[in-house]
Design a protein around this ligand. Structure first.
Ligand SMILES: O=C([O-])C(=O)C[C@H](O)[C@@H](O)C(=O)[O-]
Ligand SMILES: [Mg+2]
Length: 438
């Protein structure tokens, strides 16, 4: 028998040293974004994120990524101050410390979702990048990938979905971008071909709620004709009344894999769910743990889109997965505009969550590949999927020059809170984002 760490044969190993948090760095960054349309407006020329670095007293660095809206950034900075001295294996302690850091905070503002999701839990949003960084650190300390810490990968590649947007040809006042306009079914089919050819995606989601529902039904039919075997999803972000949602649901009977957030609220979703054949999915009416009991009781949703950025990190997202499995709901994954640290975290989570078997959302293709904070090469798409990084922790490395460059972009771009509606109103002053509106 090999000797134990304590020296005596057969004795349990001596307790390992604690790895305490010595420093937390919180850096806002901005990266170029395209004029993607949604029901609350249009994406601004830059998307904001925050990069979180947690450094232990043993000199190990862990990474996390989150929203970049100013109120959220301030909360991350305050939470970071509460974390110094904690052991990186004490993830429950992280949540307690973050909750304490929010004691005098109303939790208002800084949701990072352009006003679309306002009811997630502030503590879960704030703890998320620190929990990811703690898992990155744990993985680096024990020499194992994060997916192992989450129970082990049940798949070695994670499938993502093509995420189509109606879009303008370019930002107003700038040249047309390389994607061009997509304002009708032909434009969307062209966009889908381009992204499917480049990435190999095997599922397609259309961000709707932009044009009248019959135009979006026509777009889905055009996509079905062009991509007969790809599962299709439509997400109007609650732009429709219950009656319209039922009408669209019936019109697309047998065409959609799921219909995402057609109408606001658990009650409204439940009324639609009773009348349409396809599953209803959400990342709007169930975005925190206390939304689950009423949603389950009302049979309002059949698929929950997890998102570790507002569900409290990777472990709490797995807890959500377990609850969904228990109550017979499917599990998919939501995304906002994000960088490589988040893609790595999403990939480890999806790899280690057995019932996360829908292709996950990602905004990745909309980002210029040069605009990232990680050293290129760790994450690549093949056949619509990303191989789970095998290195310790998240398996991605911070590029400090790139971090400095994207921070400079943040300083220079002047955007401090995502405001799709405000940006849209610069060009269409009468634009009204009220939902439902059809
Ligand atoms: O699935 C969703 O609801 C989203 O992805 C919300 C996002 O904010 C998306 O609409 C966007 O980035 O415009
Ligand atoms: Mg959605």
């Amino acid at each position: 028998m090999p000797p134990s760490a304590s020296g005596a044969p057969g004795a349990p190993p001596a307790p390992a040293e604690k790895h305490r948090i010595a420093d937390v760095r919180v850096t806002p960054v901005a990266f170029r974004d395209l004029p993607l349309l949604n029901t609350v407006g249009v994406h601004e020329p830059f998307a904001l994120r925050t990069v979180v670095e947690v450094v232990t007293d043993s000199g190990v660095h862990g990474l996390g990524e989150s929203y970049g809206d100013l109120p959220h950034l301030r909360r991350l900075e305050e939470a970071g101050r509460h974390l110094v001295g904690l052991d990186v294996f004490d993830v429950n302690g992280l949540l307690r410390a973050v909750t304490a850091s929010l004691a005098d905070d109303s939790g208002e503002g800084g949701h990072g979702m352009g006003g679309m999701v306002m009811t997630s839990a502030a503590a879960d949003r704030v703890v998320s990048p620190f929990e990811v960084a703690a898992l990155d650190l744990q993985g680096k300390i024990v020499g194992r990938p994060v997916s192992d810490l989450l129970g082990g990968a049940v798949r070695d590649r994670v499938a993502y979905s093509a995420y189509l947007f109606y879009k303008w040809a370019g930002h107003p006042g700038q040249d047309e971008d390389e994607w061009g306009a997509a304002l009708d079914p032909d434009g969307l089919v062209r966009q889908a071909r381009r992204v499917v050819d480049a990435y190999g995606f095997t599922a397609i989601k259309l961000k709707g709620g932009v044009f009248a529902p019959d135009e979006e039904v026509e777009a889905i039919r055009a996509l079905r004709a062009a991509f007969p075997r790809h599962p299709l999803r439509l997400d109007p972000n609650t732009a429709w009344t219950v009656a319209t949602s039922i009408e669209v649901g019936r019109a697309l009977d047998g065409v959609l894999e799921y219909l995402e957030d057609p109408t606001p609220g658990i009650g409204g979703m439940a009324r639609v769910a009773r009348e349409v054949s396809m599953p209803l999915a959400t990342n709007m009416c169930v975005v925190a743990f206390d939304h689950l009991p009423p949603a389950v009781r009302a049979e309002a949703v059949q698929v929950v889109l997890s998102d570790h950025h507002f569900w409290g990190g990777l472990r709490r997202s797995q807890l959500l997965g377990g609850i969904c499995r228990t109550f017979g709901m499917g599990l998919s994954m939501h995304s906002n505009s994000h960088l490589g640290i988040s893609l790595a975290a999403m990939t480890h989570l999806a790899a280690a969550t057995p019932n996360l078997d829908y292709a996950c959302d990602t905004h990745w293709p909309w980002k210029d590949p040069a605009d990232d904070v990680i050293v290129p090469g760790a994450l690549t798409f093949r056949d619509g999927a990303v191989a789970v990084p095998a290195g310790p922790g998240l398996g991605v490395e911070l590029d400090r020059d790139a971090l400095a460059r994207l921070h400079r972009q943040y300083v220079d771009c002047g955007i401090r809170e995502r405001d799709d509606t405000g940006y849209m109103r610069r060009f269409e002053p009468a634009f009204d984002p009220a939902c439902p509106r059809w």
